[in-house]
Design a protein around this ligand. Sequence first.
Ligand code: AMP
Ligand code: ZN
Length: 467
Amino acid sequence: MKLYNTMSRSVEEFVPIVPGQVSMYCCGPTVYNYAHIGNLRTYIFEDVLKRTLERAGYSVKHVMNITDVGHLTGDGDDGEDKMEKSARETGKSVWDIAAFYTKAFFRDEEALNIIRPDIVCKATDHIQDMINLIKRLEEGGHTYTAGGNVYFSIDSISDYGKLARLNIEDLKSGARIEIDSNKKNPKDFVLWFTNSKFAGQAMTWDSPWGRGYPGWHIECSAMSMKYLGEHFDIHCGGIDAIPVHHTNEIAQSEAATGKTWVNYWCHGEFLLMGNAKMSKSSGGFVTLPDLEKKGYDALDYRYFCLTGHYRSQLRFSFEALDAAKTAREGLCDRIVGYKKESAPSENPSEEARAYMKAFDDAMFSDLGAPQALSVLWKMVKDASLSAADKLAAAYYMDDVLGLRLRDAEASRSDVVGSEDDLKLLQERTEAKKAKDFKRADEIRDELKKRGYNVKDTPSGAILEKIV
Ligand code: AMP
Ligand code: ZN
């Protein structure tokens, strides 16, 4: 399997540390608001990566954090804690805010058929692990205390900024006007805030440096190392994490252990709204429930994301989402049709297997989901394949795509037809019961005009879209 590694800026052959196993850490949501569909694009990419690794035969240990403290509104340790801000604006407690938006996040993930990570860890449950890591950095001479806060000194290591390829000379010049005058180098960052800064913070803990709370970056280092060890395979996130968050995670992790921390850095590109990155701060963001309220299935959005490569920007529009919806529903209709004809083949033909291999080849080549989707479509349109073969191949591909094709019937059959169409269908059933076959036939013709065939099944009559 080949994967693009942000660290080397090239596509590399993936080789895990332990043969057959993959350790993967993904930065999770900051639970101060609903996730927007841009955030969700990143989690869909990570889910597809995990499913593809499993297809390649690896057993994957997937860890994701929940940021419920310490993520400030500014990337330079400025602003205020996003959780505190949300609490102040809504009049709720930070704990209630965290619980509410964590629940909403997993509801979205479930609707998008994102497999829950093996370990989901909350920052507030791991404060002691963070304190221990900061102590280790302190012992190694990588920290200093100023104005009550503990800072990481980037000048204490030789390769700060290697992931983002930051120019160290520029960093040292200090040309940037720094808001926090405690910092020796403008790129130094906070490991532990005490109440000397952001007084009134609701979430605080005792520490060797005073009562306070951790910086955002330290949580990912502490929790990933706790669950995956000091050296693991893959670290993921959105590309906006490269210059500060992931850069600082690497600096402190490798300073603490003295060795390479992560082998592959995988980043998903942005979802755009118009010409700009979709973001919470810009106000105009769209959530999954917004789409669902408009009549889209969450999986229409998942399909839409699969139409773009994860390392390319993807522009959101309702026209594009409509196209994804039509394509996904068309796929489901076909699956429903094959299911009526046959069960999936237990021993797919050579032709079907060739499609399955072409699909895997596309996915193993740095997650070529758009190419993999076109293999799927070519396969279903291939008249030489049996329904049994098509079902077997489609299900095989869907284990990676995650479009719930196996459930296609259940999710589609009961939604065919408007309320009015279904009323008419009911009228036909009653006419038949009353042996008024003339009326029953009239209704059948009327429904045909509306684009439906009437099908009598053991559990009653249903409508089928004429395709
Ligand atoms: P947050 O909850 O703000 O920490 O963000 C969660 C994840 O979404 C991070 O991995 C971000 O990099 C990612 N992200 C933020 N905005 C976008 C966007 N417009 N498109 C794709 N991913 C994004
Ligand atoms: Zn992180």
